[in-house]
Design a protein around this ligand. Sequence first.
Ligand code: 6R9
Length: 604
Amino acid sequence: MASSTVDASTPATARPEVVTEPRTEPLVGDWAQQRRHFTWESARAQLDGLPGGHLNIAHEAVDRHATGPLADAVALRCLHRGAPTTELTYGELSRRTDVFAAALRATGVRAGDVVATLLPRGEELYVTVLGTLKAAGVLSPLFPAFGPEPVRERLSLGRARVLVTDAVSYERKVAPFRGTLPHLARVVVVDTDDPPPGTVAWSELERLGAQDLVAHGTHRPLTRPDDPALLHFTSGTTGRPKGAVHVHEAVVAHHATARLVLDLRPGDTYWCTADPGWVTGMSYGIIGPLTRGVTVVTDSADFDARRWYQVLQDERVTVFYTAPTALRMLMRQGSDLAHEYRYPALRHVASVGEPLNPEAVLWGLEAFGLPVHDTWWQTETGAIMVANVPGTPIRPGSMGRPVPGIDVAVLQRGPDGRAAVQDDAVTVLHDPDAVGELAVRAGWPSMFRAYLDDPERYARAFADGWYLTGDLARIDADGYVWFVGRADDVIKSAGHLIGPFEVESALMEHEAVAEVGVIGKPDPLAGEVVKAFVTLRAGYEPTPRLQRELISFGRHRLGSVAPREVEFDQDLPHTRSGKVMRRLLRARELGLPEGDLSTVETPS
Ligand code: 6R9
């Protein structure tokens, strides 16, 4: 059971370490020893691989198991509210994805073509993801909660050739813009046999695939480790969303960390609550766990505390990977509700996406008898980089230590403030507790290989052999990493990154808006919520009615990334170069010192 010791090296404000007796011996017992002996070559050797040094994510996740002892084990169990649960074994998933891959061949999709998804979590989503990877296509998952604007932008930037979606999403979010998407050759609609004009029904696609399979055999082109596999859009401070490109070799890191950090093994029933539209739902909702041969549980329903406890209990979930916002929502309902259910099978709980409050770590102990293990990583890193690994002491409030194979440091950027390109432009800070930009030594297998169409931005993310993450952190004397904040204006709401520029651009399209600045406003549940400060054009009155109208305008265009709050401000602060100073808006909102104002344009 939980016992605690206080470690002198933790800051005075920190909670005592949490040391728990694991319910099952973790696969990786000694973190320090693992770090010493681990190599990426040996991790790669654990995979099956394909002839001639080739490597394919879907082969490692599915086909490899489909011919072995796991052929009849359940790979996927999809839960739905108000509809029956469906299951696919590894053998069935292999056949279904063969059909999908053959259908892509039959419809002229070639290696490297982008296939996008805009789907709820159900069989078709998983078959599309894995079938596309099998066919050497590049999979780009979009959030089903996105509104039409983010969907159009990402389909356009990614030059998606195929989109798999449902009828309602198509009619509302794609059909109105279809004419502006010249690359989009085919849209597949999963939930009707009577598809909207210009689309094809899923059932028809499967029929085509089955025919093609009979005529030409399986379509499993050999992919090289550095062939593109995934295109994940993520948000920056300025400009359009960034398309982070990942390659098939990323599976080496997914597979290794699924064991090292999530402790997954065959026989496990594993639930990752993240949607595959977010990198977590892809790397650890699909790829990592399937490569480990576990049963993956998915749920298409929205958050509901009672339902979640029921799923954990009834599905006999053994490993649970979720996010701080979800944990805070569970906490809000009290541990009595948690105690109405039983979790004898559960042995490991982990979290990612935003700062995990120390209270939430300890609440895990109260609710499940297990502390929550924080993990840190990014879309760009593709896999977990820093973690509290099972069986090692947790320092509540810390994100843990770098996983085997990964080196991190905190750096100071050069005097010009840019991620430096010259060799001497970053300084590694050795002083424990010094705050700097968190960086990861370049070269791990799931490192993103490009920002789509933006080599300069990619180059700027690296300096001196380090990848600079845009997060501020400090590393204590024992190597535990403590999150301090973001170095930029990017907003994290309920675990999702939101680029202020994308939100500002959408609001600017409203006729009443002259200028807008968007910030993340702290929120006890979601971490941050989006707030917009709006300057109105002459002739418009700052009425509550207009405020409501702007909120609904945003919601309609942007969906889940829309501002929750709008405030009118006829005097937004600007830099001398004329940009709205979001940093200052945020400081004012929080009542913080306004910091260095030397670049602010003072109203005359
Ligand atoms: C996987 C994922 C990445 C950003 C990251 C940081 C924040 C993630 C965190 C965390 C504090 C943690 N973040 N994990 N902050 N503690 N354990 O989240 O990818 O959506 O690209 O976001 O999320 O700011 O830089 P992504």
